[in-house]
Design a protein around this ligand. Structure first.
Ligand SMILES: [Fe+2]
Length: 399
């Protein structure tokens, strides 16, 4: 089938966005000193080197047969670098540094994979509509998957010791709240959640299908809870008050000796905050970044609750709320579940479906590191309730 001029323009734009996403992921790996690339800054996740190979293996596994008519060229690495990990139940990976291939071999694999993909993408040989998905959808998946990893890698590198990083470029920081505290009344009404299938806009499988939800009236914090707000909870003994925590959350904080957000550090009598490259005095006006369990405990302490996903979406559709997108994800009380009419992507069955397990909670909005294309109202993110490393905070509701 002959491609129209519009098809060609859209294709070119997507290829340019993929190149730009590669520049971003390359820049992030360049923050890590070479001798630290085999470290594991977060115990629950792979070593950094895995992600160097993973971003390319993912694109290759997604595109080579479905869209580019290419045969496998490195089956060993296509398997080794295929999947990230999100262990539930506390099991931690125990691989050793020596289990992984050397840096030069991995870098050759990255180069070899990119050149094979690019030759096809730029030569106009790519095919459309293979395996129930258009090349445009597949390219969007490759772009957003990489950009999501740029964010999750940022969390990971955030936890890496300062002396193992090089300050090559600035990393976006949160911004202070500007309009002040208070709550906004959100009247009862309906809100449309999700994306309509068959439309122009790209969305992941879990964003479909659009449906209308009736939401009772409630009031929601105008701003996210700040470090300064949260400090009051810490100072009042919030982490020592059993009644504020669910059983499993209490077990978690006491078992791990957790007594404050992971981004905070107590030095002498002062609270400090760890940014990507340095320790600063606690920025009290920045939104606090905490796990779901910590957000829940705080909301109980102030006699409020976390919003459900639908309430958050409804609040985003009325005026008066401040800073909903791009200053930190916002935890909701909703377990991550499929919308009515959900269909897994045929080419990436597990993207969402592997996490409909009652052990993950929905986050909305986006952080300072979230790519602009994903700061859309329908985008859904999700994490386990005891994962402290995400650029995620919250606001509370009164029902
Ligand atoms: Fe991935």
């Amino acid at each position: 089938m002959l491609a129209t001029q519009d098809d060609v323009a859209v294709h070119r734009e997507l290829v340019e966005r993929l190149m730009d996403a590669r520049r971003q992921s390359d820049a992030l790996f360049a923050l890590v000193r070479e001798d630290a690339l085999y470290e594991r800054p977060i115990a629950e996740r792979h070593r950094i080197i895995f992600y160097v190979g993973h971003l390319e293996a993912f694109d290759w596994n997604l595109l080579h047969e479905r869209a580019l008519g290419l045969k496998s060229w490195h089956p060993e690495f296509e398997r080794l670098f295929a999947f990230g990990i999100d262990p539930v139940g506390g099991g931690l990976p125990d691989d050793r540094e020596s289990d992984w291939p050397g840096l030069n071999v991995v870098r050759d694999y990255v180069e070899g994979t990119r050149s094979r993909i690019d030759e096809r993408l730029s030569g106009g040989n790519a095919e459309y509509g293979v395996d129930g998905a258009s090349l445009n959808v597949l390219l969007n998946v490759a772009i957003e998957h990489r950009l999501m990893h740029v964010e999750t890698l940022s969390y990971m590198l955030h936890q890496l010791a300062f002396e193992k990083k090089v300050r090559t470029s600035e990393v976006p920081e949160p911004t202070a709240s500007r309009v002040g505290a208070g709550m906004v009344d959100v009247p009862a009404g309906s809100v449309t959640v999700g994306l309509t299938r068959g439309g122009e806009e790209f969305g992941w499988d879990n964003e479909f299908e659009a449906h209308s939800v009736d939401v009772a009236g409630f009031a929601m914090d105008r701003e996210k809870v700040t470090n300064g707000d949260y400090l009051k909870f810490v100072a009042a003994g919030g982490y020592k008050t059993r009644a504020l925590w669910r059983d499993e959350d209490w077990e978690w904080i006491t078992g791990r000796g957790i007594s404050h957000p992971v981004f905070w550090k107590r030095a002498a009598a002062e609270w400090h905050y760890r940014t990507m490259f340095e320790e600063v005095a606690l920025p009290v006006e920045w939104p606090v970044y905490v796990s779901h369990a910590e957000a829940m405990a705080y909301s109980r302490w102030v006699g409020k609750s976390l919003p459900s996903e639908e309430e958050w979406q409804r609040a985003a559709s009325v005026s008066g709320m401040h800073g909903l997108f791009g200053n930190g994800w916002e935890w909701t009380s909703s377990e991550f579940k499929p919308f009515p009419g959900f269909e897994a992507f045929s080419f990436y069955r597990g993207y969402s479906a592997d996490f409909f397990d009652g052990k993950h909670f929905v986050m909305k909005g986006g952080s300072p590191v979230t790519a602009e294309c994903m700061l859309r109202p329908t985008f859904r993110n999700w994490f386990q309730p005891h994962y402290q490393y995400v650029y995620a905070g919250f606001r509370c509701v009164n029902r």
